[in-house]
Ligand binder design. Structure first.
Ligand SMILES: O=C(COP(=O)(O)O)[C@H](O)[C@H](O)COP(=O)(O)O
Length: 323
Protein backbone atom coordinates (compact mmCIF):
# COMPACT_ATOMS: atom_id res chain seq x y z
CA UNK A 1 0.00 0.00 0.00
CA UNK A 2 1.47 3.39 -0.97
CA UNK A 3 0.31 6.65 0.62
CA UNK A 4 -2.52 7.04 -1.91
CA UNK A 5 -3.49 3.42 -2.47
CA UNK A 6 -6.49 2.16 -0.53
CA UNK A 7 -5.92 -0.74 1.84
CA UNK A 8 -7.13 -4.20 0.73
CA UNK A 9 -10.08 -3.83 3.13
CA UNK A 10 -11.22 -0.64 1.37
CA UNK A 11 -10.78 -2.16 -2.11
CA UNK A 12 -12.80 -5.18 -1.01
CA UNK A 13 -15.62 -3.05 0.43
CA UNK A 14 -15.65 -0.86 -2.71
CA UNK A 15 -15.86 -3.95 -4.91
CA UNK A 16 -18.67 -5.42 -2.78
CA UNK A 17 -20.66 -2.18 -3.02
CA UNK A 18 -20.13 -1.94 -6.79
CA UNK A 19 -21.23 -5.55 -7.33
CA UNK A 20 -24.13 -5.10 -4.88
CA UNK A 21 -23.01 -7.82 -2.51
CA UNK A 22 -23.31 -4.91 -0.07
CA UNK A 23 -26.44 -2.96 -1.04
CA UNK A 24 -29.20 -0.77 0.32
CA UNK A 25 -28.44 2.80 1.35
CA UNK A 26 -28.03 2.27 5.12
CA UNK A 27 -25.93 -0.88 4.74
CA UNK A 28 -23.68 0.83 2.18
CA UNK A 29 -23.21 3.76 4.58
CA UNK A 30 -22.16 1.64 7.54
CA UNK A 31 -19.84 -0.50 5.37
CA UNK A 32 -18.18 2.67 4.03
CA UNK A 33 -17.68 4.11 7.53
CA UNK A 34 -16.21 0.81 8.72
CA UNK A 35 -13.89 0.67 5.69
CA UNK A 36 -12.48 4.10 6.60
CA UNK A 37 -11.72 2.80 10.11
CA UNK A 38 -9.93 -0.16 8.52
CA UNK A 39 -8.00 2.23 6.27
CA UNK A 40 -6.95 4.21 9.36
CA UNK A 41 -5.68 1.07 11.10
CA UNK A 42 -3.79 -0.02 7.96
CA UNK A 43 -2.32 3.46 7.32
CA UNK A 44 -1.11 3.68 10.92
CA UNK A 45 0.99 0.57 10.21
CA UNK A 46 2.14 1.23 6.63
CA UNK A 47 5.68 2.51 6.00
CA UNK A 48 4.59 5.46 3.86
CA UNK A 49 2.02 6.80 6.32
CA UNK A 50 2.83 5.52 9.84
CA UNK A 51 4.94 8.51 10.83
CA UNK A 52 3.61 11.19 8.47
CA UNK A 53 0.30 12.80 9.54
CA UNK A 54 -0.16 14.53 6.15
CA UNK A 55 0.39 11.28 4.24
CA UNK A 56 -2.03 9.56 6.63
CA UNK A 57 -4.71 12.18 5.92
CA UNK A 58 -4.09 11.86 2.16
CA UNK A 59 -4.51 8.09 2.34
CA UNK A 60 -7.87 8.49 4.14
CA UNK A 61 -9.06 10.98 1.52
CA UNK A 62 -7.98 8.61 -1.28
CA UNK A 63 -9.83 5.71 0.38
CA UNK A 64 -12.95 7.87 0.66
CA UNK A 65 -12.73 8.74 -3.06
CA UNK A 66 -12.49 5.04 -3.96
CA UNK A 67 -15.59 4.29 -1.88
CA UNK A 68 -17.42 7.36 -3.22
CA UNK A 69 -17.00 6.19 -6.82
CA UNK A 70 -18.75 2.84 -6.35
CA UNK A 71 -22.43 3.79 -6.77
CA UNK A 72 -23.79 7.28 -7.42
CA UNK A 73 -27.36 7.47 -6.10
CA UNK A 74 -27.47 6.69 -2.37
CA UNK A 75 -26.37 9.89 -0.62
CA UNK A 76 -25.91 7.96 2.61
CA UNK A 77 -22.54 6.92 1.15
CA UNK A 78 -20.99 10.42 0.80
CA UNK A 79 -22.79 11.47 4.00
CA UNK A 80 -21.05 8.63 5.86
CA UNK A 81 -17.65 9.55 4.39
CA UNK A 82 -18.27 13.20 5.28
CA UNK A 83 -19.22 12.33 8.85
CA UNK A 84 -16.02 10.37 9.44
CA UNK A 85 -13.54 12.60 7.56
CA UNK A 86 -14.86 15.79 9.16
CA UNK A 87 -14.02 14.29 12.56
CA UNK A 88 -10.48 13.25 11.59
CA UNK A 89 -8.24 15.35 13.81
CA UNK A 90 -4.93 15.30 15.66
CA UNK A 91 -1.32 16.18 15.05
CA UNK A 92 0.06 12.65 15.29
CA UNK A 93 -0.82 9.56 13.28
CA UNK A 94 -1.96 7.82 16.43
CA UNK A 95 -4.40 10.63 17.29
CA UNK A 96 -5.63 10.77 13.72
CA UNK A 97 -6.14 7.00 13.68
CA UNK A 98 -8.07 7.13 16.95
CA UNK A 99 -10.31 9.97 15.74
CA UNK A 100 -11.24 8.09 12.54
CA UNK A 101 -11.96 4.84 14.37
CA UNK A 102 -14.05 6.68 17.00
CA UNK A 103 -15.99 8.59 14.34
CA UNK A 104 -16.66 5.43 12.37
CA UNK A 105 -17.96 3.64 15.46
CA UNK A 106 -20.08 6.64 16.46
CA UNK A 107 -21.55 6.81 12.94
CA UNK A 108 -22.56 3.15 12.94
CA UNK A 109 -24.09 3.47 16.44
CA UNK A 110 -26.02 6.54 15.33
CA UNK A 111 -27.24 4.74 12.23
CA UNK A 112 -28.57 1.82 14.28
CA UNK A 113 -30.26 4.11 16.80
CA UNK A 114 -31.79 6.24 14.02
CA UNK A 115 -33.26 3.16 12.41
CA UNK A 116 -34.74 2.02 15.71
CA UNK A 117 -36.23 5.47 16.37
CA UNK A 118 -37.73 5.88 12.93
CA UNK A 119 -39.13 2.36 13.20
CA UNK A 120 -41.22 3.52 16.16
CA UNK A 121 -42.49 6.56 14.24
CA UNK A 122 -43.39 4.48 11.19
CA UNK A 123 -45.01 1.81 13.35
CA UNK A 124 -47.32 4.41 14.88
CA UNK A 125 -48.77 4.99 11.41
CA UNK A 126 -49.75 1.32 11.13
CA UNK A 127 -52.85 -0.14 12.79
CA UNK A 128 -53.55 -3.61 14.12
CA UNK A 129 -54.73 -5.78 11.21
CA UNK A 130 -53.12 -3.66 8.47
CA UNK A 131 -51.70 -5.07 5.27
CA UNK A 132 -48.66 -3.23 3.90
CA UNK A 133 -47.14 -3.31 0.44
CA UNK A 134 -43.36 -3.09 0.07
CA UNK A 135 -41.01 -2.42 -2.83
CA UNK A 136 -37.38 -3.53 -3.04
CA UNK A 137 -35.57 -4.21 0.25
CA UNK A 138 -35.22 -1.34 2.69
CA UNK A 139 -33.95 -1.85 6.23
CA UNK A 140 -35.60 1.45 7.23
CA UNK A 141 -38.98 0.33 5.84
CA UNK A 142 -38.62 -3.06 7.52
CA UNK A 143 -37.81 -1.35 10.83
CA UNK A 144 -41.29 0.27 10.75
CA UNK A 145 -43.10 -2.98 10.04
CA UNK A 146 -41.06 -4.93 12.60
CA UNK A 147 -41.64 -2.25 15.26
CA UNK A 148 -45.39 -2.44 14.59
CA UNK A 149 -45.25 -6.20 15.13
CA UNK A 150 -43.28 -5.65 18.35
CA UNK A 151 -46.00 -3.22 19.47
CA UNK A 152 -48.32 -6.25 19.28
CA UNK A 153 -50.02 -5.32 16.00
CA UNK A 154 -50.93 -8.00 13.55
CA UNK A 155 -49.50 -6.98 10.17
CA UNK A 156 -49.43 -8.81 6.85
CA UNK A 157 -47.48 -7.87 3.75
CA UNK A 158 -47.77 -7.89 -0.02
CA UNK A 159 -44.19 -7.86 -1.26
CA UNK A 160 -43.27 -6.77 -4.79
CA UNK A 161 -40.50 -8.94 -6.22
CA UNK A 162 -38.70 -5.87 -7.67
CA UNK A 163 -37.23 -6.62 -11.05
CA UNK A 164 -34.55 -6.93 -12.22
CA UNK A 165 -32.61 -7.99 -9.11
CA UNK A 166 -35.51 -9.29 -7.01
CA UNK A 167 -34.58 -7.64 -3.74
CA UNK A 168 -38.21 -8.36 -2.78
CA UNK A 169 -37.11 -11.91 -2.03
CA UNK A 170 -34.89 -10.59 0.79
CA UNK A 171 -37.82 -8.55 2.13
CA UNK A 172 -40.13 -11.57 1.94
CA UNK A 173 -37.68 -13.72 3.90
CA UNK A 174 -37.04 -11.11 6.59
CA UNK A 175 -40.73 -10.36 7.07
CA UNK A 176 -41.54 -14.06 7.27
CA UNK A 177 -38.80 -14.39 9.93
CA UNK A 178 -40.47 -11.54 11.83
CA UNK A 179 -43.73 -13.51 11.83
CA UNK A 180 -45.44 -11.42 9.13
CA UNK A 181 -47.57 -13.40 6.64
CA UNK A 182 -46.20 -12.55 3.17
CA UNK A 183 -47.72 -12.65 -0.30
CA UNK A 184 -45.07 -12.24 -3.01
CA UNK A 185 -46.25 -10.68 -6.29
CA UNK A 186 -44.66 -9.64 -9.59
CA UNK A 187 -44.24 -5.90 -9.96
CA UNK A 188 -46.94 -5.57 -12.60
CA UNK A 189 -49.55 -7.01 -10.18
CA UNK A 190 -49.09 -4.15 -7.72
CA UNK A 191 -52.07 -2.06 -8.79
CA UNK A 192 -54.43 -5.02 -8.54
CA UNK A 193 -53.26 -5.77 -4.99
CA UNK A 194 -53.44 -2.16 -3.83
CA UNK A 195 -57.16 -2.79 -3.24
CA UNK A 196 -56.19 -5.19 -0.45
CA UNK A 197 -53.56 -2.95 1.10
CA UNK A 198 -53.80 -0.30 3.87
CA UNK A 199 -50.33 1.27 3.52
CA UNK A 200 -47.39 1.29 1.15
CA UNK A 201 -44.01 1.49 2.89
CA UNK A 202 -40.81 2.15 0.94
CA UNK A 203 -37.28 3.28 1.71
CA UNK A 204 -35.09 5.91 0.06
CA UNK A 205 -31.61 6.24 -1.36
CA UNK A 206 -31.78 10.01 -1.36
CA UNK A 207 -34.31 12.70 -0.50
CA UNK A 208 -34.10 15.92 -2.48
CA UNK A 209 -34.62 19.41 -1.03
CA UNK A 210 -38.02 19.68 -2.76
CA UNK A 211 -39.16 16.48 -0.99
CA UNK A 212 -38.67 14.25 -4.04
CA UNK A 213 -37.91 10.68 -3.01
CA UNK A 214 -35.23 8.80 -4.93
CA UNK A 215 -35.67 5.08 -4.46
CA UNK A 216 -35.63 1.78 -6.38
CA UNK A 217 -36.99 2.00 -9.92
CA UNK A 218 -40.75 1.44 -9.80
CA UNK A 219 -41.35 3.44 -6.63
CA UNK A 220 -42.80 6.43 -8.50
CA UNK A 221 -45.28 4.32 -10.46
CA UNK A 222 -46.31 2.58 -7.27
CA UNK A 223 -46.81 5.93 -5.55
CA UNK A 224 -49.01 7.27 -8.36
CA UNK A 225 -51.11 4.09 -8.29
CA UNK A 226 -51.36 4.21 -4.51
CA UNK A 227 -52.62 7.81 -4.67
CA UNK A 228 -55.15 6.87 -7.32
CA UNK A 229 -56.40 4.03 -5.09
CA UNK A 230 -56.38 6.18 -1.96
CA UNK A 231 -53.74 4.08 -0.21
CA UNK A 232 -51.32 6.13 1.94
CA UNK A 233 -47.64 5.75 1.09
CA UNK A 234 -44.74 6.58 3.40
CA UNK A 235 -41.00 6.69 2.88
CA UNK A 236 -38.93 5.47 5.80
CA UNK A 237 -35.61 7.27 5.62
CA UNK A 238 -33.03 8.20 8.21
CA UNK A 239 -31.73 11.75 7.92
CA UNK A 240 -28.48 10.48 6.34
CA UNK A 241 -30.64 10.01 3.23
CA UNK A 242 -31.12 13.79 2.95
CA UNK A 243 -29.13 14.97 -0.06
CA UNK A 244 -27.35 18.23 0.86
CA UNK A 245 -26.26 19.08 -2.69
CA UNK A 246 -29.90 19.41 -3.77
CA UNK A 247 -30.07 22.51 -1.53
CA UNK A 248 -27.96 24.28 -4.13
CA UNK A 249 -29.87 23.08 -7.18
CA UNK A 250 -27.96 19.90 -7.99
CA UNK A 251 -29.95 16.90 -9.15
CA UNK A 252 -29.41 13.35 -7.93
CA UNK A 253 -27.61 11.08 -10.35
CA UNK A 254 -29.63 8.00 -11.24
CA UNK A 255 -27.44 4.92 -11.58
CA UNK A 256 -27.73 3.09 -14.90
CA UNK A 257 -26.83 -0.58 -14.49
CA UNK A 258 -25.78 -3.33 -16.86
CA UNK A 259 -28.32 -4.44 -19.47
CA UNK A 260 -27.51 -8.08 -18.64
CA UNK A 261 -29.59 -7.60 -15.46
CA UNK A 262 -32.63 -7.04 -17.71
CA UNK A 263 -32.09 -9.65 -20.40
CA UNK A 264 -29.51 -12.38 -20.69
CA UNK A 265 -27.06 -11.80 -23.53
CA UNK A 266 -28.19 -14.87 -25.52
CA UNK A 267 -31.84 -13.85 -25.49
CA UNK A 268 -30.86 -10.34 -26.46
CA UNK A 269 -28.78 -11.67 -29.36
CA UNK A 270 -31.77 -13.74 -30.53
CA UNK A 271 -34.02 -10.67 -30.65
CA UNK A 272 -31.62 -8.68 -32.79
CA UNK A 273 -30.91 -4.96 -32.85
CA UNK A 274 -32.61 -3.36 -29.81
CA UNK A 275 -31.65 -0.93 -27.07
CA UNK A 276 -31.87 -2.03 -23.46
CA UNK A 277 -31.82 0.40 -20.55
CA UNK A 278 -31.61 -0.36 -16.87
CA UNK A 279 -32.06 2.63 -14.56
CA UNK A 280 -31.76 1.46 -10.95
CA UNK A 281 -33.75 4.28 -9.32
CA UNK A 282 -36.47 6.84 -9.98
CA UNK A 283 -37.80 10.03 -8.44
CA UNK A 284 -41.21 10.18 -6.79
CA UNK A 285 -42.48 13.78 -6.79
CA UNK A 286 -43.41 15.01 -3.30
CA UNK A 287 -47.11 15.34 -4.18
CA UNK A 288 -47.40 11.54 -4.41
CA UNK A 289 -45.79 10.82 -1.04
CA UNK A 290 -47.83 11.16 2.16
CA UNK A 291 -45.01 11.26 4.69
CA UNK A 292 -41.27 10.97 5.13
CA UNK A 293 -40.60 9.11 8.35
CA UNK A 294 -37.24 9.87 9.97
CA UNK A 295 -35.66 9.38 13.39
CA UNK A 296 -36.68 12.99 14.08
CA UNK A 297 -40.35 12.35 13.45
CA UNK A 298 -42.52 12.35 10.35
CA UNK A 299 -42.57 15.18 7.82
CA UNK A 300 -44.73 16.15 4.88
CA UNK A 301 -42.26 15.84 1.95
CA UNK A 302 -42.49 19.55 1.12
CA UNK A 303 -41.23 20.52 4.59
CA UNK A 304 -38.14 18.29 4.59
CA UNK A 305 -36.00 21.16 3.32
CA UNK A 306 -36.19 22.78 6.77
CA UNK A 307 -34.68 19.71 8.40
CA UNK A 308 -32.10 19.44 5.62
CA UNK A 309 -30.94 23.05 6.20
CA UNK A 310 -30.73 22.46 9.93
CA UNK A 311 -28.61 19.33 9.52
CA UNK A 312 -26.49 20.16 6.48
CA UNK A 313 -26.43 23.94 6.21
CA UNK A 314 -26.47 25.43 2.75
CA UNK A 315 -24.25 22.97 0.98
CA UNK A 316 -22.09 19.90 1.06
CA UNK A 317 -18.40 19.83 1.92
CA UNK A 318 -16.18 17.33 0.09
CA UNK A 319 -13.53 16.50 2.68
CA UNK A 320 -12.18 13.74 0.43
CA UNK A 321 -11.05 16.21 -2.26
CA UNK A 322 -7.32 16.85 -2.75
CA UNK A 323 -6.47 20.09 -0.91
O1 LIG B 1 -33.65 1.15 -3.27
C1 LIG B 1 -33.17 0.51 -2.36
C2 LIG B 1 -32.03 -0.43 -2.54
O2 LIG B 1 -31.51 -0.40 -3.85
P1 LIG B 1 -30.27 -1.36 -4.21
O3 LIG B 1 -30.68 -2.76 -3.94
O4 LIG B 1 -30.04 -1.06 -5.67
O5 LIG B 1 -29.10 -0.91 -3.37
C3 LIG B 1 -33.67 0.72 -0.95
O6 LIG B 1 -35.04 0.97 -0.94
C4 LIG B 1 -32.94 1.92 -0.34
O7 LIG B 1 -31.55 1.81 -0.53
C5 LIG B 1 -33.21 2.06 1.14
O8 LIG B 1 -32.65 0.96 1.82
P2 LIG B 1 -32.28 1.08 3.40
O9 LIG B 1 -33.56 1.46 4.07
O10 LIG B 1 -31.82 -0.29 3.79
O11 LIG B 1 -31.24 2.13 3.54
Amino acid sequence: MTDTEPSPAVSETAESIATMEIRGAATIASAAAEALAEQAEAAAEADATASDPEAFRASLRAAARTLRETRPTAVSLPNALRYVLQRMEGDSVDRLRRSVVDASEAFVRQLDRAQEDLGQVGANRLADGDTVMTHCHSTDALACIEAAVEQGKSISAVVKETRPRQQGHITAEQLRDAGVPVTLIVDSAARRYLDEVDHVVVGADSIAADGGVINKIGTSGLAVNARERGVPIMTAAQTIKLHPETLTGHTVEIEMRDEAEVIDPEAREAIGEIDVENPAFDVTPPRYMDAIVTEQGQFPPESIVTLMRELFGEGAAEPWAEP
